[in-house]
Design a binder for this molecule. Structure first.
Ligand SMILES: O=P(O)(O)OC[C@H](O)CO
Length: 407
């Protein structure tokens, strides 16, 4: 008994000591990283381009098209995703990349280091053996361990032969097909681009690749043909996103529509612009996904839903499984489809890539139809929903508040 007590005491002291060292390291690491601007990177705003755009909201249709484009690649494939699963969908995807590489197509494939945690070492080695150029983005770094852990590359970029590009919200995995029993159906927003806009996706891919791998990327020439839809890509690195969104909200005259799986906008610039718009009579509709595959994000949204309702905004909760699209629509004049959630990580920490669309016809005839469907599948949230929470939800909300910066 005495011996057991002694072991428990040692374990307890060890645990407390480890927590103390971690806290001190965490604080020093973050302070130094901010002072030395270790993770600072300028945002990149690409020119307005004219391209042909197709919107994908269904996982099966998206994968069918992406895999078909990859299968038809003749020269090179540049692909990066935030996350990759270890399941039938990811295996089929990786088998195809290996096949194309063996055929002589130059394949560059990257995944965020944390988002790619499920990729097995043996699968990675098999990709390399087949000649695929593979790298992880944002690897963990010493001594900035904690800071490097929180800065993720959340972009999704695909470029095939410099003529076809993709950007949006899907990742690679079975759950995006909506066939995961627990998660239910899955709704996302992802764009397929053809025409001159592809060169900016390629440029952005190259910037990330060279920064993480130092190897130059093989490519020939990208498409400069003009399509019909005016768009602009913008890449963020933990700053400027709030200012860009605020600018859009300030320009709104009639309506602001926001779709985001997570609703954790802990940012004064964004709130100031939204409240200001609401006071000008702009109708603000926010659609968020109460169901999620990430812990505490639901509860972290409650304070912001209360705030939105208090200021007369309309909030809706998606009811048909998971809504994972990241979309803004301002007055049917400007829209955004991208990788950035309206959450703290996207506003303050992640590298993101958004596509801004300035084509009223596309917004009205294509995007808004899908957005309208999503509102039809939702339920409006009123104050009692967030004010009369069960005790367990209240406790989780408290816990979520403590960590919301990282959600
Ligand atoms: O669900 P995702 O792919 O938008 O990723 C969410 C993670 O919290 C990264 O910000």
């Amino acid at each position: 008994m005495k011996k057991l007590r002694k072991i428990l005491r040692i374990l307890l002291f060890g645990f407390v000591g480890l927590c103390f060292v971690s806290l001190v390291w965490d604080k020093a690491d973050r302070t130094l990283a901010v002072r030395e601007k270790v993770f600072d990177q300028e945002s990149v705003q690409y020119p307005i381009r004219k391209s042909d755009v197709t919107l994908y909201t269904d996982g099966q249709e998206f994968y069918d098209r992406l895999l078909d484009d990859i299968a038809n690649a003749k020269q090179y494939i540049h692909i990066s995703f935030f996350s990759i699963a270890d399941d039938t969908v990811s295996h089929r995807f990786e088998e195809l990349l290996k096949k194309k590489s063996k055929e002589g197509v130059e394949v560059y494939y990257a995944v965020d280091r944390l988002g790619g945690v499920l990729l097995k070492e043996q699968d990675k080695q098999a990709l390399l053996k087949a000649g695929v150029h593979f790298t992880y983005y944002n690897k963990l770094d010493f001594p900035y361990f904690f800071s490097s852990l929180e800065h993720r590359n959340h972009k999704r970029i695909s470029v095939i032969d410099g003529t076809i590009g993709y950007a949006g919200g899907f990742n690679i995995g079975k759950k995006y097909l909506g066939k995961n029993e627990k998660l239910g159906s899955w709704r996302d927003y992802h764009l397929r681009i053809q025409g001159e806009g592809v060169q900016d996706l390629e440029q952005e891919f190259e910037l990330d690749w060279v920064k993480n791998d130092r190897e130059t990327v093989w490519k020939t020439h990208t498409s400069t043909e003009k399509g019909t839809t005016e768009l602009r890509f913008k890449a963020y690195s933990g700053k400027d996103l709030a200012y860009d969104y605020a600018n859009l909200f300030h320009q709104a005259q009639k309506s602001i529509t926001i779709l985001s799986p997570y609703f954790i906008p802990n940012n004064k610039v964004i709130w100031h612009a939204l409240i200001d718009a609401e006071k000008r009579g702009v109708e603000i509709n926010i659609l968020w996904s109460p169901e999620s595959d990430a812990p505490l994000v639901k509860q972290a949204a409650y304070p912001y839903i209360r705030k939105a309702l208090k200021h007369g905004m309309h909030v809706y909760g998606y009811r048909d499984g998971i809504l994972h699209g990241k979309v803004l629509v301002i007055d049917e004049r400007v829209a955004m489809v991208g990788s950035a959630n309206l959450d703290s990580r996207s506003i303050h920490l992640n590298k993101e890539l958004n596509c801004y669309i300035y084509d009223t016809a596309f917004i009205k005839q294509v995007l808004n139809k899908k957005v309208h469907e999503d509102f039809q599948r939702s339920q409006q949230i009123h104050s009692p929903y967030v004010n009369n929470l069960p005790l367990q939800e209240k406790l989780k909300e408290r816990l979520a508040k403590l960590v919301e910066y990282y959600l």
